[in-house]
Ligand binder design. Structure first.
Ligand SMILES: C[S@@+](CC[C@H](N)C(=O)[O-])C[C@H]1O[C@@H](n2cnc3c(N)ncnc32)[C@H](O)[C@@H]1O
Length: 423
């Protein structure tokens, strides 16, 4: 490489891209630099036309001191150097952009509701043996490297308190000869209303041999409700229970839950607002009933979900529930076999909360149906906007969107929205 391949330039960050990385222009090219902020003045070193290093010369107006010592190394919180106010506005602007991309403008995007720090109740860790030591942590940004979690600003106190115990449990699975394959151990933690529901995923483990020492070691985990290893229940000092409205649900191990209680409450309030006075509701992509049971206090409801274990949990909870109207849980793959416009006839409103891929086939059926109200929740503005286009083309109006920032300090965006159409 010749000397002329290396160059240096003082450049300003002009915007934040959709992945939360700062945008710089150099010559005719544009580049995204992680961990930079709009308005930052940088001295950037280029090699063969690509930025290799940068030095912050003058901070942008929205830059703040990141609270976590792992910032920059850990891939979890790429936006900790930006103020909450900036991130709230940026997330709202990202939603507006996605909608605009599908020709949807002039939408009432209301102020972002940001959850407090230390409120994450659902989290996935990776544990790996490195040089004879068990490391428990999060994936580094843009790499397979693991960053040990000693401190974490997003975890709620119960999960944070369990970190040393989780590391000991992972150490048992990673050391010794009980595994044919020494691959990573994945740990999914749901902090339920009655304690931690922990699911360990370890390939090639001799479950029979590991159970006695695992049970002993897990005894040291604070506030444990249930521990599972792959498909095996290891111990359950008391059942993990989530209270959704007036109904108690025991979710299956590793079940989907909204990422924080504060986020769930914000989304739930918005969903109920969007449902209005509806009396017959279909909850599509219902999970374990986060919105189904609160909505079923006032309306007959059919909850449709693709995961069999979650449908069983819904059904069991409904059978033992008081204070809800007529309720049915149905298993269905809504990608392959969406509820048709005809099947939607009995309903005056729909809750629509698909995974990141969205639910285009289902949105098209809602558009073709006689349903009058849609309470939408989404964790992916791009697919939300695509599905919104289908609903709007079917005669719906998008009345409002509220960003709910429950993935604090990350570029992930959650939102709730209301669609209605006249009788
Ligand atoms: C974003 S979560 C929402 C769950 C629930 N509304 C809540 O707030 O807890 C999406 C749900 O869709 C379910 N799901 C994913 N793919 C599906 C499919 N093809 N058909 C039906 N449900 C599916 C997942 O199991 C998950 O429970």
């Amino acid at each position: 490489m010749s000397e002329s391949d290396s160059q240096s330039a003082r450049l300003s960050v002009t915007a934040l891209g959709h992945r939360g990385e700062g945008l710089i222009s150099y010559g005719d090219a544009q580049h995204y630099l992680p961990l930079t902020a709009p308005g930052d003045e940088l001295q950037v070193e280029f090699t063969a036309g690509s930025p290799k290093n940068w030095t912050l010369m003058q901070p942008g107006p929205d830059r703040v001191t990141p609270p976590c010592g792992h910032f920059g190394a850990c891939g979890g919180c790429g936006l900790q150097h930006l103020s909450d106010i900036f991130v709230a506005r940026w997330k709202a602007a990202q939603i507006a952009r996605a909608l605009h991309h599908h020709g949807i403008g002039a939408v009432d995007i209301r102020p972002t509701r940001t959850v407090p720090a230390a409120s994450r109740r659902r989290v996935g860790f990776t544990a790996r043996m490195i040089s004879g030591q068990t490391i428990l942590g999060f994936q580094a940004a843009r790499s397979h490297r693991l960053v040990a979690v000693e401190q974490c600003e997003i975890l709620n106190p119960d999960i944070a308190a369990a970190l040393p115990g989780l590391r000991l449990v992972a150490d048992l699975l990673l050391s010794g000869d009980r595994r044919k394959k020494k691959s990573d151990v994945r740990i999914a933690v749901n902090d339920t209303d009655t304690g931690l529901d922990i699911l360990l995923r370890a390939d090639g483990i001799d479950e029979f041999a590991i159970l006695p020492p695992l049970t002993e070691r897990a005894g040291g985990l604070p506030n444990l409700a249930r521990l599972s290893l792959n498909d095996t229940l290891v111990m359950c000092p008391h059942p993990p229970v989530m209270r959704f409205g007036a109904v108690s649900v025991t979710p299956p191990p590793g079940a989907f839950l909204q990422a924080s209680r504060a986020g769930e409450m914000a989304l739930r309030g918005l969903v109920l607002e969007a449902l209005g006075e509806a009396r017959r509701i279909a909850d599509l992509f219902a999970g374990c009933g986060t919105f189904s049971f609160p909505a079923a206090a006032q309306a007959q409801l059919v909850a449709v979900e693709g995961d069999e274990a979650m449908v069983r949990a819904l059904d069991h909870a409904a059978r033992h529930a008081q204070g809800i109207r007529k309720f049915k849980a149905l298993r269905r793959d809504l990608f392959r076999k969406p509820l048709s416009a005809d099947e939607l006839k009995p309903f005056d409103a729909v809750i629509f909360d698909p995974p990141r891929a969205g639910g285009a086939a289902q949105a098209a059926e809602i558009a073709a149906s006689a349903v009058r109200r849609v309470a939408a929740v989404s964790c992916a503005p791009a697919t939300f906007a695509r599905d919104a286009r289908l609903l709007i083309d079917g005669g719906f109006t998008l009345n409002w969107v509220v960003p709910v920032d429950q993935f604090r300090w990350s570029a992930h965006i959650e939102l709730a929205a209301e669609f209605t159409r006249p009788d």
